[in-house]
Design a protein around this ligand. Structure first.
Ligand code: MN
Length: 746
């Protein structure tokens, strides 16, 4: 038997030992297929290539993943390194396996370059988004783990590159998936290549210190085991040294010496249930002196990636501190294998308390959403779709850009810089020229071709792009750079929309008075401004045309009413009896309004009643558009509203207003009255009495005696409308001595 078959037989034994019902024939077929395809290929170590996929399948088997994952692990390099295809694998081993192999191939083809932190995070996200199925990530992690274990055969350059990639991408992903065991091994293996001196220093120091503590781990383990046995606790105790990278980090990033690291040694006590965890904790604290502030209850409050345990640090009789981690078997599986543990321990999932930190949130959601499905279904549907609304692509320099799903080269160009977008003439994706509409895929390398003589973006781009960023930048360009063109295209778009609503451009522009009214309706001062806004996309032509149509309809109706009224008046003058053909209509169609006022052309705008003339319902009124305080309402006879005194530049800000149907409010309208009278004792009292008989609310009353024997009384009241106010004025006029009652400001 050759080496390949020897190693395979070993693998098969292990698979069957873990799962006696495994389909050995199918797994063997995958091995034979891969072995045939890799043929005489050799690894750098000189071994037949097939040894590598066998080793990866072995690690997958240790994780107790499903059989498709094992088969896919055996085939994982076939598409990349041999003439095998997705279709062929699908035909022989099923679509599931073929998809897994293809997923791994995509990740293999991804190129990484070391970047700043933010870039790395995008890279990790892209990695996971590309995988789609979490098993693809797990196979890729195992692939990398085996490659790291055999990295000594690679060139120096390759070693550094792979080690860095592993430290920055693979180990954090393993951590995120809760797979501590793989994470630790990846970190230690990477460190050995990234900082060989530091690695060996730590290793040396650890050797020194542990030789001083000769037998410490074994003695302590026996000691703990004996005590727990006395207590009748069924458990398993393991002692170990912390992994090198975690000690290295503490020594170098926190500048600690080995003696300052309290948890060089760690013991694990694995028990059968949660109450036993706390029971064991009690025993440990009874046996050894606990270090203050070091106890952590990750059972009550699990770590974000689902990790659960009790942690405590104690000091033994010989003065050596060590950490004790206490957990159940379920928790242990999750701690070691993370998301992979759930294949085996899925049924216990409902009892798991997983964390909520964002990093692990998606896995948690994934797992929770799968709770009610059977384990096979669970595996099949375990999709990594957290990043479904994002797509991650590379710049030619290897920077990662995150764009909305469906993004095109246009979005990409504007995400880099508006100048790139504005001078774009073409795009290459993975080296091939593509159209601007081409949706980008995860991992694509996108290159934008620019030219100084580029004419700038096209209007169609706004429809093609997916990101608001690109759309805004394109709009901005049109607004600034192309006023003339905007006006021309805006005019054409507006004209064609007008046709849709049955209007012509000339019907609108013929009469300048009409045009002003119409422009005010869309809040523009001049036609060109309107056209320009439509041209650059700030206002839709459809909306503008719709508003024009409404306004024309309304004006037409008013015109008809006026004509009818004139005809009626003419008839009355001629002594005929006439009846109005439509219900009584004011200049503005009466409507309801919260402010009690309808402003022509402005719906629900802010309204305030001017203090100078304090109008009340029934008064003829006019509005003035203030800067920032809405429309202020004046009586038409207010001196401030006198057309003769209006400033020409403000003419456009005077608008027609009318009282709404519901203008008569419960709380009333504030208005002011000025009373002139011959001064006498009790005058103010009489005024007050008169006001109380007409039951109006008085807000303020002040009287001033003049030296010449006359008096002026100022009143502020709230009335419902002009009619009520007239009643009040009438009542006040009857008070003896009063010779003039008038409204203020009028
Ligand atoms: Mn491989």
């Amino acid at each position: 038997m050759d080496l390949a078959h020897e190693r395979y037989e070993e693998l098969e034994r292990k698979i069957l030992a873990a799962n006696s019902s495994a389909d050995a024939a199918r797994i063997r077929a995958a091995f034979e297929y891969a072995n045939d395809h890799h043929g005489p290929q050799l690894r750098k170590s000189g071994e037949p290539y097939i040894i590598h996929p066998i080793a990866v399948a072995e690690i997958i088997n240790e994780l107790e993943l499903d059989q498709d994952s094992i088969v896919a692990a055996l085939l994982h390099d076939c598409i990349e390194d041999t003439d095998s295809t997705h279709d062929e694998i699908a035909r022989l081993f099923g679509a599931q396996v073929a998809d897994l192999v293809e997923g791994v191939t995509k990740l293999t083809r991804m190129q990484y370059t070391s970047r700043e932190d933010e870039q790395m995070e995008n890279l990790r996200k892209m990695f996971m988004a590309m995988a789609k199925d979490v098993r693809v990530i797990l196979i890729k992690l195992c692939d990398r783990l085996h490659n790291m274990r055999t990295l000594q055969y690679q060139s120096d350059h390759k070693q550094k590159e792979k080690a860095l990639e592993t430290m920055e991408v693979y180990a954090p992903i393993a951590h995120r998936l809760g797979m501590q065991k793989i994470k630790w091994e990846l970190e230690d293996l990477s460190l050995e290549y990234l900082d060989p001196v530091g690695f060996h220093d730590v290793q040396q120091e650890l050797d020194n210190i542990t030789s001083l503590h000769a037998g410490f781990l074994d003695n302590m383990q026996t000691h703990i085991e004996e005590r727990l046995a006395e207590e009748g606790v069924r458990c398993k105790v393991y002692g170990r040294l912390k992994h090198i990278y975690s000690i290295y980090r503490k020594m170098y990033s926190q500048s600690k010496t080995l003696n300052e690291i309290f948890d060089l040694y760690a013991f694990r006590v694995i028990v059968e249930d949660i109450p036993s965890c706390y029971n064991v904790l009690g025993c440990i604290h009874d046996m050894f002196k606990p270090v203050l502030g070091r106890f952590k209850d990750y059972i009550g409050t699990p770590k974000p990636n689902g990790y659960q345990s009790l942690h405590t640090t104690v000091v033994g009789r010989d003065g050596i501190p060590f950490e004790v981690q206490i957990r159940t078997w379920d928790m242990h599986q999750t701690a070691e294998y993370g998301v992979a543990a759930h294949w085996k321990y899925k049924q216990g999932l409902a009892n798991q308390r997983l964390g909520t930190e964002r990093d692990f949130e998606w896995v948690r959601k994934l797992l929770e959403s799968q709770q009610d499905t059977d384990p096979d279904e669970f595996v099949r549907t375990l999709r990594v779709d957290l990043f479904a609304d994002e797509v991650f692509v590379f710049t030619p320099n290897g920077d990662v850009k995150s764009l909305p799903a469906g993004a095109t080269p246009i979005d990409f160009a504007y995400a880099i810089h508006s100048a790139i977008g504005n001078s774009m003439t073409g795009a290459r994706v993975n080296g091939r020229i593509v159209t601007f509409e081409t949706p980008l895929k995860n991992g694509d390398i996108v290159e934008i071709i620019t030219s100084k003589s580029a004419k700038g973006p096209s209007r169609d781009w706004m429809k093609i792009c997916k990101s608001n960023e690109a759309r805004n930048k394109i709009r901005q360009w049109f607004k600034k750079e192309r006023r003339e063109e905007n006006i021309a295209t805006g005019r054409a778009m507006f004209e064609s929309e007008l046709k849709h609503v049955g209007l012509t451009l000339s019907s609108i522009t013929a009469n300048s008075e009409l045009l002003d009214i119409l422009l005010r309706r869309v809040r523009f001062g001049a036609l060109d401004e309107l056209y320009a806004a439509i041209g650059y996309g700030g206002l839709s032509a459809q909306k503008a045309a719709g508003r024009m149509k409404e306004e024309m309809t309304r004006l037409g109706r008013l015109e008809r009413q006026r004509a009818e009224q004139e005809a009626m008046q003419a008839s009355v003058a001629a002594g005929e009896t006439v009846y109005p053909s439509t219900p009584k209509d004011s200049i503005l169609t009466p409507r309801r309004s919260n402010s009690g006022i309808i402003v022509e052309g402005l719906d629900n705008c802010m309204v305030k009643f001017s203090k100078c003339c304090t109008p009340v319902p029934g008064d003829p009124v006019v509005g003035f558009i203030t800067k920032g305080y809405g429309v202020s309402i004046h009586r038409q006879d207010c001196p401030n509203a006198d057309p003769a005194r209006r400033k020409p530049e403000e003419e456009g800000r005077w608008v027609k207003v009318a009282w709404a149907d519901n203008a008569v409010g419960e709380s009333g309208y504030r208005t002011s009255i000025e009373i002139s009278a011959k001064d006498r004792d009790g005058l103010a009292l009489d005024v007050a009495m008169a006001l109380s008989t007409v039951k109006v609310k008085v807000n303020n009353l002040s009287a001033r005696s003049q030296p010449d024997g006359y008096a002026t009384i100022y009143l502020e009241l709230a009335v419902r409308d002009q009619k009520e106010l007239a009643g009040v004025i009438n009542k006040l006029s009857q008070i003896p001595g009063v010779f003039l009652v008038k409204r203020a400001g009028g």
